[in-house]
Design a protein around this ligand. Structure first.
Ligand SMILES: Nc1ncnc2c1ncn2[C@@H]1O[C@H](COP(=O)(O)OP(=O)(O)O)[C@@H](O)[C@H]1O
Ligand SMILES: [Mg+2]
Length: 233
């Protein structure tokens, strides 16, 4: 089986080599847990190693994502200039765009994602976030069907995808709408918890169809070079 390496130190060990190819992974966590940074790192590692990517953004503008990750010294801006990473800007910005783009049925967005994937022959896709996508969908009763369509299409296009799930503080589940986890092949959870007055980041692989993986929560850090996971031997 082909493995899609995340390039995140420690995480590929936990994944026993990387994500199995063509899987969709839900990356769930509260605000500030590192979801966007981890996803950006996944795309950059791919783009620098011959696997281009598409970043679909609903919350921050592409410029903001570039700005927020500048401190890590990554080549994100350059990779976008050479189309190795293509942003699909899905922010609902003003009334004109709301009429044009959303609240959507999914098809308009899917077309834009597909166009981007075909343009640079992407193998990696990030959706930041699936929570916002669902929020923008008009017909909530078909959310599960729509998400299945999206994930199925990404697989057909030979892509491995991270779907970001935004959790409110103190959430019990792994998604806002309770359908996201049933549509994906894998679930990774990020935590930012207080232990004896000190906040620590943790990461856990909760589910991964078709692959063995390390079980349990492991320390994670956001360093000057990005995210590092420290699996305990
Ligand atoms: N250069 C940096 N060095 C260390 N930590 C950082 C750096 N930049 C951001 N962070 C941490 O990452 C968090 C934001 O990560 P992000 O991936 O945007 O979170 P989210 O899960 O909300 O997408 C910030 O709240 C901060 O704690
Ligand atoms: Mg984010």
């Amino acid at each position: 089986m082909q493995r899609i390496q995340t390039g995140i130190p420690g995480l590929d060990d936990m994944l026993h080599g990387g994500f199995p190819e063509r899987k969709t992974i839900l990356l769930a966590g509260g605000a500030g847990t590192g979801k966007s940074i981890l996803s950006t790192q996944f795309l950059i590692y791919g783009a620098e190693n011959g696997e281009n990517g598409v970043y679909v953004t609903f919350n921050e503008t592409p410029e903001e994502i570039i700005e927020n990750t500048k401190a890590f010294g990554w080549s994100l801006e350059k990779l976008t200039e050479t189309n190795k990473i293509i942003f699909v800007d899905a922010l609902p910005r003003d009334e004109y765009r709301i009429i044009e783009r959303g609240p959507y049925d999914l098809s308009g967005l899917l077309t834009r994602i597909e166009t981007a994937i075909k343009k640079n022959n992407s193998k990696r896709v990030v959706l930041d976030s699936v929570t916002s996508l669902i929020m923008s969908l008009q017909r909530k009763e078909v959310v599960r069907r729509d998400l299945n369509t999206l994930c199925g299409r990404l697989k057909q296009l030979d892509c491995t995808a991270i779907l970001i799930s935004e959790l409110p503080e103190g959430a019990i589940g792994v998604s806002r709408y309770g359908v996201e986890e049933f549509v994906v092949d894998g679930i990774i959870l990020l935590f930012f918890r207080e232990f004896e007055m000190v906040r620590r980041r943790l990461i856990e692989i909760r589910k991964l169809r078709g692959s063995d993986h390390t079980i349990g929560k492991f320390p994670m850090e956001i360093t000057d070079n990005g995210i590092v996971v420290r699996p305990i031997a």
